[in-house]
Design a protein around this ligand. Sequence first.
Ligand code: ZN
Ligand code: ZN
Ligand code: ZN
Ligand code: ZN
Length: 418
Amino acid sequence: MPVEISENDDSVEMLKNIHISTYNDNRDDDADPEEVEDLMNDDDDDDDDEDDDEVQKPVTLGFVEKPKNKWSLLRQLFPSKAGGVPAWLDPINLPSGRSRLCDICEQPLQFLLQVYAPTSDRESTFHRTLYLFMCLSMSCLLKDQHEQWKRPAVNASRSVKVFRCQLPCDNPFYSSEPPRHDGSDKPLGSGAPLCNWCGTWKGDKFCGSCREARYCSEKHQAMHWRSGHKVMCQNSSRNAGNSSAEDQKSASSSPWPEHEIVNEDEAEYNVDVSTDLDNANCLVSKNQMDDSINSLIDSFQGDSDRRSWGNFQERIARAPEQVLRYCRNVCSRPLWPMSSGQPSTADIPKCSYCGKPRCFEFQVLPQLLYFFGVKNDADSFDWATIAVYSCEASCEGAASYKEEFAWVQVSSPSQVVP
Ligand SMILES: [Zn+2]
Ligand SMILES: [Zn+2]
Ligand SMILES: [Zn+2]
Ligand SMILES: [Zn+2]
């Protein structure tokens, strides 16, 4: 259910009408800001100058589901999705060069999720999608913990990256008519050829032998070669002409299975927690979820972290399967699991394209890893939350994919390498 940001908010005109949605969903304006409680945790050890007394904005929760149809998550349907490969909004001018690599190990980044969040007040943001990528190496993520504090941000070596892409209603890639969602929707043209291994990044390098298989990187070429292209290479040159690059299935399977992200208004869950926990319709039992999330707390040090964790957990318990919390507003802030390692307003770098401040837009919760089937043990890949900040002006500019900013709290401060 799409949630529009409250109409009586006049703090920042341009943030009105921002929502995550399905393009042709019926608009639903029943979110009552009066019912929305204070979303924030206590940040008494934070010297932030933000006004925490301000009425908090409604939060839209994201949940993952198996895609309803095999066409449900194609780019012409403007999906919000997690896992699998990205559905590139602008299918031609993809992020290129170093921006698609982990700055630390220099390997291509893995797609985590994308959120379709258009704004209806401006022509240039009729379609708007944010993409989140990260390196699968936990040691890179731990190094990234230090890099995220670096200023200017362009000097930081990040293993987590966010891109923003937006298009007007009238654009070269899609019809201006809303999709019919019956399997018949088609984009106006094909996109750039993608890497045959990862299916994620532009395939701008060729296999030297067949001149047909395309790759984003030497690493992916080597992986494809070892996993069978060595044999297929000879055959594929005989079948030349059959492969249309964009639609070709990637040879690797994503470590994170593809899911659709569906939205619910958090206000729907503002019921007594004790009754909610007994909800028999829960896909995941309370105990399973507790195991996956409680294992984090043992490593927390200090009372303020424990208190923060308590607030976080109480809030999440209203809808324990949520994987994403969306609330784009200049005065909204993430629900931080820990009080230590939170950025102040000054720690969030300004937009590198227009110089305007960035505001919080959404956060990703560790429950997503549970739905991805990532094992929950001491050495496994993990985070406590990833908060995404984007240009408050959603500025336009030359680059089709503009890099925004992610702040990561890892699950245990003691894991952070000195
Ligand atoms: Zn890396
Ligand atoms: Zn690749
Ligand atoms: Zn080849
Ligand atoms: Zn900007």
